[in-house]
Design a protein around this ligand. Structure first.
Ligand SMILES: Cc1cc2nc3c(=O)[nH]c(=O)nc-3n(C[C@H](O)[C@H](O)[C@H](O)COP(=O)(O)OP(=O)(O)OC[C@H]3O[C@@H](n4cnc5c(N)ncnc54)[C@H](O)[C@@H]3O)c2cc1C
Length: 394
């Protein structure tokens, strides 16, 4: 690789963080390392919020501050500006979940339109993003996933909302990403995303859909969609992630007595992810890719293949991204190596981004090595700064 990436460079990784921010991050990851504490904490917070205890300030000062950009779109601006100084782009994500009425879905479409407009005006916001269930009921996606040509009044309303979002993105030439959620609603969500691509990805990659490679059938799906896009003459936007709903997927499969769709082991998920990375770089004529991962090996593999196929990390069809508050060593060192890299920054009212925060807490507790790695890098940078100050004061 010509454009070298060194994930152990903590000076670059944490340049944007003050000493007190490093200290707070270390404290948070030390707490997250304790599985029992995270489990008790999640239970307590949900119970306390349900009975109206004033715990929002506690969430806001800890996990929310670390993993989110703010409550409103505007309140994320200082963070977006700060990222720009280091060549990192932003993706602002209104991460409200669990809404269920048409009124809320229609309001969310307006918010997503606002996000697209905001992104199109800011040169440092790379993508707008939305979750399928922020504009339609999971049950409707599920029903439509089970039956080809399914139709119902509420599913037709979902289709209209997708169309409004696609048309707004197209009119403003603003790329958008569509998140992936539970496997049992994904077939319908995939088809809706694919239909938008068919219409709007004719000469460039404007719409990206998400492929969760922890699903054992996802490489086949990715292959199928790529070949269909190639045949029909448009581009496929593919965000590759491992997937964030593993426990929920396994629990449902067990409870309902079907074989879990998740790969049996982490190694199998890793192998599938890496095969998907290889696949998309073998189809650069059709696929634009967003590598959404905190995995250093997968990132390096994709970076190597990008150099091989595009001779640069700075190509409009190759993006890398991490979640706000995670794996700064990848984000900032990739930016330093000239890659197109973005932080996905969730925002929204504290209570409503809670499911997202719980997933992050659980993920950081359950991923073997992830929290340990965050901690050791934070400690390394704190020691480096201490040594630098001592030398300066001599
Ligand atoms: C920019 C961005 C966008 C994202 N968008 C989405 C999205 O739309 N939908 C979504 O679901 N997630 C999304 N994610 C979240 C992502 O799925 C998790 O952050 C990711 O799964 C963590 O994996 P990793 O690749 O970062 O790294 P790793 O730490 O290498 O992998 C951890 C992941 O491996 C898988 N895994 C762990 N143990 C096992 C096991 N025993 N068997 C099988 N598999 C296992 C799980 O998916 C687990 O999360 C996004 C992440 C990023 C960075």
């Amino acid at each position: 690789m010509n454009e070298a990436v060194d994930f152990r460079n903590t000076e670059v990784a944490f340049a944007a963080k003050s000493n007190s921010e490093l200290l707070k991050a270390r404290f948070l990851f030390e707490l997250l390392r304790n599985k029992r504490l995270v489990s008790l904490g999640n239970g307590f917070i949900q119970w306390a919020l349900a009975i109206g205890l004033p715990v929002e300030w506690l969430i806001k000062a800890t996990v929310f501050k670390h993993f989110c950009g703010g409550i409103t779109l505007d309140s994320c601006t200082p963070l977006v500006d700060k990222l720009e100084e280091t060549g990192v782009r932003a993706i602002l994500d209104y991460s409200v979940e669990g809404q269920n009425t048409d009124n809320q879905f229609d309001k969310n479409v307006l918010l997503i339109k606002e996000e697209i407009e905001n992104a199109s005006k800011s040169k440092n916001i790379a993508f707008a993003v939305f979750k399928p269930t922020s504009i339609g009921r999971l049950e409707d996606f599920h029903a439509a996933s089970q039956q080809k040509d399914f139709t119902s009044e509420s599913f037709e309303a979902i289709k209209k909302r997708y169309a409004i979002i696609g048309e707004t993105a197209d009119a403003l030439n603003q790329p958008i990403m569509i998140d992936a959620e539970e496997s049992w609603m994904q077939t319908a969500a995939d088809e809706l995303a694919f239909n938008l691509m068919r219409k709007f990805n004719t000469d460039k990659v404007l719409i990206y859909n998400t492929f969760q490679l922890y699903l054992a059938d996802r490489l086949v799906k990715l292959t199928d969609y790529t070949l269909r896009a190639k045949e029909e003459g448009f581009k496929l936007g593919a965000k590759l992630v491992r997937g964030a709903y593993m426990e929920k997927e396994r629990a449902r499969a067990k409870q309902m007595g079907y074989v879990s769709p998740i790969c049996e082991t982490k190694e199998a998920t890793d192998a599938l992810y890496d095969k998907a990375v290889e696949f998309v770089f073998e189809h650069t004529d059709t696929v634009g890719v967003f590598i959404g991962t905190h995995n250093e090996k997968s990132t390096l593999k994709a970076a190597r293949l990008a150099m091989e196929h595009y001779q640069t990390l700075n190509h409009p069809n190759v993006w890398f991204g991490q979640l706000q508050g995670m794996s700064d060593q990848i984000t900032y060192n990739m930016a330093e190596a000239n890659a197109r890299v973005a932080k996905l920054i969730p925002y929204g009212p504290v209570k409503e981004v809670l499911p997202y925060l719980i997933r992050r807490a659980e993920e950081n507790t359950s991923i073997a090595g992830q929290t340990g790695r965050e901690l050791s890098l934070l400690r390394k940078e704190m020691n480096r700064r201490k040594r630098a100050t001592t030398v300066q004061n001599r």
